[in-house]
Design a binder for this molecule. Structure first.
Ligand code: AMP
Ligand code: GLY
Length: 429
């Protein structure tokens, strides 16, 4: 089969790396890709939001199956466009993708389906949001309902922060139309966990549970980022906990989506807070998480491409399970850890175009996934905030982390920054 992956980050590099291992994959393309992806696979220069040109490329190159990495094209309906053109594609259509694209819709769905989540109010203007927050205990959380590239969630601890945040959203319109609605919710406390389910809308396969590190600074300090590192399987994601999440979150969510005529296919990412009252949903995402994917996919046993194709077929996952009764999707005796190497200044402004050194070496049990990199005259330069994801595998989490940190130290570029405490919560236990 000829496969096309859409996107340009570490998640997409990990997807290409895993998909290319499938015996079904004869040729792989990535649009637009990055320097690391382009070293191995063709990366046509088409923008990820130019659906017309992507479809025309998929037709002329006889692509059999397309996999979409990021949320924007999904929420903008790339899956519907491909399906209308008679092309096979992995992921939810625009309507089911609203689980990520509209947090107000997602919260209302959780409430009606009885999915545990923080108490909330949906507000459409400055004054109603201010009033809702007056009634709440601080800290509370203000979330822009639309897509905000991970920058639309604010934990507010005093009335000054409440006012400034609401002014930014409703008066200065920092998020444009994506900020027309906000969700105001109770602040939850606990450890976070990411659960990925590959689903055909009915049945599903759970991938290894992982834990992301969202803050820029060690000990989870400083501003939120896209994610500074991750590890899997997260020991806190015990089989009992996963089973509870299946029953309280995944099954009711999928059923509720089906009942609304918006059957959800593709990858459902459930972001959880493990509170004293049990797991509560922080958010749904309609795609693989990044960087979690970089440490989840190396642990998936068997053919990910086959599983992804199964999500696009009616009853596909049940059929896949029936054919793999003895196979585990993953086992818990191998661990993977991913350490993100970022540009100094990220998540604020940072320099680009800096030469990266040390990428030509091969490292034991390690894959260096590229995120913000660019090939210029045969040289690999930085081109984003998150530059590389060093992912290592080992028989224990300590071992996987030790290998990843050796490589993280060895790769050099001016302004390289990384957190030295990835996995700290699991290690403490
Ligand atoms: P979201 O995009 O909704 O996942 O939010 C991004 C991050 O904000 C989450 O991963 C949490 O770290 C934090 N967050 C979101 N909602 C809450 C909440 N209700 N209580 C505490 N932290 C939250
Ligand atoms: N790592 C968080 C996300 O992908 O949304």
């Amino acid at each position: 089969m000829k496969i096309l992956v859409i996107g340009s980050g570490g998640r997409e590099h990990a997807l290409c790396w895993k998909i290319a291992q499938s015996p079904l994959c004869e040729k792989l393309y990535c649009i637009p890709g990055n320097a690391g992806i382009s070293l191995k696979w063709d990366c046509p220069t088409i923008k990820a939001n130019n659906f017309e040109e992507i479809i025309s490329f998929a037709r002329s190159s006889k692509i059999d199956f397309t996999i979409v990495g990021p949320e924007n094209p999904l929420v903008d309906g790339i899956v519907d466009h491909f399906s209308d053109a008679g092309l096979k594609i992995f992921g939810p259509g625009a309507q089911p993708a609203l689980l990520e694209g509209d947090k107000a819709f997602a919260k209302e769905l959780m409430k009606s389906a009885g999915v545990p989540t923080a108490d909330f109010t949906v507000c459409h203007d400055y004054h109603s949001a201010l009033n809702a927050l007056f009634e709440m205990k601080l800290p509370a959380v203000i979330k822009v309902a639309g897509l905000a590239a991970g920058k639309g969630v604010f934990i507010v601890t005093n009335s000054q922060e409440v006012e400034t945040t609401l002014e930014d959203i409703f008066k200065k319109r920092k998020f444009g139309a994506e900020g027309n609605t906000v969700v105001v919710e109770e602040c939850l406390h606990g450890e976070e966990l990411s659960i990925f389910a590959l689903t055909d809308g009915d049945d599903y396969l759970i991938l290894p549970p992982s834990q992301d590190h969202k803050r820029i600074g060690e000990n989870d300090t400083g501003p939120n980022t896209g994610g500074m590192g991750a590890y899997a399987p997260a020991p806190i994601g015990t089989p009992e906990l996963i089973s509870e999440v299946e029953n309280k979150v995944i099954k009711p969510t999928l059923t509720s989506m089906r009942n609304r005529g918006m059957s959800y296919r593709g990858l459902l990412y459930v972001g959880l807070m493990l509170t004293r009252k049990g797991p509560q949903v922080l958010e749904y995402n309609c795609r693989f998480g990044d960087p979690e994917t970089q440490c989840v996919l190396p642990l998936v046993k068997g053919d990910l491409l086959e599983m992804m194709i199964a999500t696009t077929e009616e009853g596909g996952i049940s059929k896949w399970k029936a054919g793999h009764l003895k196979d585990k999707v993953y086992t818990s005796d191998v661990y993977a850890a991913c350490v993100i190497l970022a540009s100094k200044g990220y998540p604020g402004s940072y320099a680009k175009g800096i030469l990266i050194d040390g990428l030509q070496k091969e490292y034991e049990d390690t894959v260096v996934f590229h995120a913000g990199t660019k090939m210029v005259d045969g040289k690999i330069l930085t081109a984003g905030g998150r530059v590389l994801g060093v992912t290592s595998m080992g028989e224990s989490l300590e071992n996987a982390l030790a290998k990843a940190y050796l490589v993280a130290k060895d790769i050099k570029f001016k302004g390289k920054y990384y957190r030295r405490d990835i996995g700290h919560r699991a290690l403490k236990k």
